[in-house]
Design a protein around this ligand. Sequence first.
Ligand code: HDE
Length: 708
Amino acid sequence: MAEPSGGSERAVDKDRQLDSVRKDSQGALSTNTGTRVDDTDNALQAGERGPTLMEDFHFREKITHFDHERIPERVVHARGAGAYGYFQPYASLSHYTRAHFLSDPSVRTPVFVRFSTVAGSRGSADTVRDVRGFATKFYTAEGNFDLVGNNIPVFFIQDGIKFPDFVHAVKPEPHNEIPQAQSAHDTLWDFVGLQPETMHMMMWLMSDRSLPRSYRMMQGFGVHTFRLVDAQGRATFVKFHWRPLLGTHSLVWDETQKIAGKDPDYNRRDLWEAIERGQYPEYELGMQLIPESDEFAFDFDLLDATKLLPEEQVPVTPVGKMVLDRNPDNFFAETEQVAFHTAHVVPGIDFTNDPLLQARNFSYLDTQLIRLGGPNFQQLPVNTPLAEVHNNQRDGYGQHRIHRGQTSYFDNSLASGCPYLASSQGDGAYTHYQERVDGVKIRKRSESFHDHYSQATLFYNSLADWEREHLVAAFQFELGKCEHTHVRERVVARLNNVDHGLATRVANGVGVQPPAEESTPNNGRSSPALSQANTTMDTINTRQIAVLVAHGVEAAGVTAFQEAMRQRGAVVDVLAPADGTVTTFEGATLSVDRAITTVASVLYDAVVVAGGVRSVAMLASDGYATHFVAEAFKHAKPVAAIGAGVDLIGSLPIPKLRMANGESGAAVSDQGLLTTRDSEPGSAFNEEFARLLSHHRIWERDMAPVPA
Ligand code: HDE
């Protein structure tokens, strides 16, 4: 085999490959056979008011093509957003794996990533409570490698044979197709109550992990234990992790529900816009590496996908970085038609006997056949590998290749034996890891898969107080939506095995009898790495800040603040009661980015009320503006006021915190409320604002009393 070319050149190869199929809108209108068309608004008919004629081939072709535009949406993960980029390892991992793309730090491998929700249809809202898919296709020189992961490190079930049951339970109920993209309904919780193996994952689903602020701010996990195999055939178990460089951050539940109406494309738009602005999402790939000799060293089974491997036991080694730097040209052609498959592996990466992974290795190929209409889906441009493809597979729907020659079988002599068999050494052929397998045919779950609660408790214990509050509220919300009392009761009984206090609080919130006594004592174990309180909080890059202004605004303060935040990478929007410009206190004009009525506080990370007595008076009498600020406060966001803006905050129905008063220019910061009477706040104000924003939210603030 020719040595795969290395260096940064490779990252553009996929882009170059796609160039051959890109098509711009240009030239004269024509049919699909190239016949030019001079009228596409009026069908051919017999007389001005007569019937349409069969003869109108342009009409028939246009309508027929339209009638066939839709393909089946993915049975799960139907709603998604994708982007291209590249991956580059920090150093060679050749002592663990022979995979070429992990063996040379000078090799940049092109990637396509698709993020998704799971339960909703293609047109459902982005911010529903759900797991997020995080699927990466590496176009390596040795073939495509797909890492098809989620943003949660464990899964609902242990054996893939239960997947259709689980998905049927979480999807809209079959008799009335309600609710869309929601887990808060009877069938899911009925399933959960009857399947204790779901309990660990349900803790994650009820946590803030299922409400990511951005696809750029969530982790990714391969979930299963995989194998890395080196050139000598030695294996190491591995768990894959993606860590976003911006930190792992979430929205709050009330906010996500409102965003679902205000901007159903919230996460998709956020990804698209960040890439368009050149603020490329970045993720570090990490690996937990486990020697084969440690296969049985843990109190859970490495083959059980409902378990995670605590980082405190086996640290995550950072091995490389992925950058997403290009949006697709066409959603359907690329993001919809991309076909991931867990069995798309390259030499040096292999499977384990995790029964969930084994089932996936069947399902993903099968699903593409129905979704993409036949066996030639690998020829779709987004799926085409950069590695050369030669084999004797022929024909089928959508065959785009023109295979030449007389032979399509192996072994042959008429084509000099081509395509010939690759060797594992010189030609880099894939060889399966030689695992010894010995067993009787049996339908039985291993004893080592039987503990369903220890890690659910571990996760619960690891959460910060505010995360735990959110989790309790989520359980109460979801079970509170269930019509059947016995469904609520059974889940509460399961929770009693996780933590008695948790079960009691949930029971009290949903009107069922709390368990009289604890069934399993809390094991007291925790893993700090599982809490989002311990994530990266050192940047405000790409954060969205709203500055509220009206006529009479003291603009000097606004402009200086804007500049200071932009230098730190944040996006600052000036919002006013109407679009266009406002006349400033200084007599100049200030451009308005958006009218307040066209956006909402839930679309921003922080809000600032600008100074200027007239401006503030106008904003204070505008219900949209006051609601905007109160709501941002309710959602624990940094809220700041400059000069007379402080008076607007004082008039709101929010808890009374300490605020700047009198004529003193000094800024006062209290639980994320930052105020200064100075109409041109200085660098100390800006520093403090950036610090608050880098912490994402101010969780110690009491959000409950705010009526917004
Ligand atoms: Fe999937 N899953 N899955 N899944 N999954 C699909 O494949 C399936 C599982 C995941 O952006 C489907 O092409 C089974 C775990 C992602 O295109 C389907 C089982 C994890 C995506 C399928 C699982 C995932 C899918 C639907 C249990 C995290 C979206 C369309 C054995 C590690 C990929 C498609 C994209 C998509 C089957 C469990 C992640 C039907 C049978 C565990 C990110 O093949």
